[in-house]
Design a protein around this ligand. Structure first.
Ligand code: SAM
Length: 211
């Protein structure tokens, strides 16, 4: 079992009251690891036929319950925590927009690999509150993860971009991401005029990193 380094910090978010599903589990490593931390069922999904066949193969002999579904469809009613990582923020957002939303789902662990600000704004506009965030630095890439529960917290555009909990915590990996982004945008701004949104981002990053 080889749980990818970037997913390891998520294990500290686990609480035995959680009944989890890993949506788009691929190799199933996270679900397999979670079975060692709970006696509750642990579910894992894949959508396409080949991906589901691969997941079933990976889960042979494991206690993980696999099913084939698109996003949050067909969610077992005992599941209260959905893990959706390793996908673009817009794909995650489209999964969360399922109607009706499964009311038994209370907690989300999200690992968007793009459009994180859009996802944070969607969450804050749809009755979700980000209570924990981290950024994992792995092999030169930065991977944000959000721990989300039902609640209200309107977010400004700056918070949506920098992450409300990351802004409070100032962990070294999130500061490293902010410095890298700030440098990237500053370098581009020397050769081309940045679009307005990117110019705002650069100002937010520079103000925060200096602070
Ligand atoms: C890059 S992998 C990430 C795997 C794992 N979650 C991780 O973080 O390492 C993305 C996975 O999402 C799956 N996927 C994409 N769209 C999906 C959907 N609509 N429903 C379920 N899974 C989906 C893909 O088949 C793929 O296995």
């Amino acid at each position: 079992m080889r749980l990818p380094f970037r997913l390891r910090p998520l294990l500290s978010w686990f609480d035995p009251a959680m009944v989890v599903v890993d949506i788009g589990a691929n190799h199933g490593y996270l679900a397999k690891t979670l079975t060692t931390m709970t006696s509750s069922p642990v579910y894992a999904t894949e959508y396409s036929n080949p991906s589901f066949a691969h997941l079933l193969h990976e889960l042979e002999g494991e206690r993980v319950l696999a099913y084939q579904a698109d996003g949050l469809q067909n969610l077992p009613t005992e599941v209260n925590t959905a893990i959706i990582t390793g996908m673009g923020g817009r794909l995650i957002l489209s999964m969360l927009a399922i109607d009706p939303f499964p009311s038994h789902l209370e907690t989300l662990w999200l690992g968007p690999q793009s459009h994180v600000d859009e996802l944070r704004l969607y969450l804050s506009n749809h009755g979700w509150k980000i209570i924990k965030e981290t950024i994992v630095a792995d092999a030169g890439q930065f991977y944000p993860f959000l721990f989300v529960v039902k609640g209200d917290e309107p977010l400004s555009n700056v918070q949506a971009y920098l992450g409300p909990r990351l802004m409070e915590k100032k962990e070294s990996s999130s500061l490293a991401w902010m410095k890298q982004e700030s440098m990237r945008l500053a370098t581009s701004s020397q050769t081309v005029s940045l679009p307005e949104e990117e110019q705002h981002r650069l100002e937010w990053l520079q103000a925060y990193v200096k602070h």
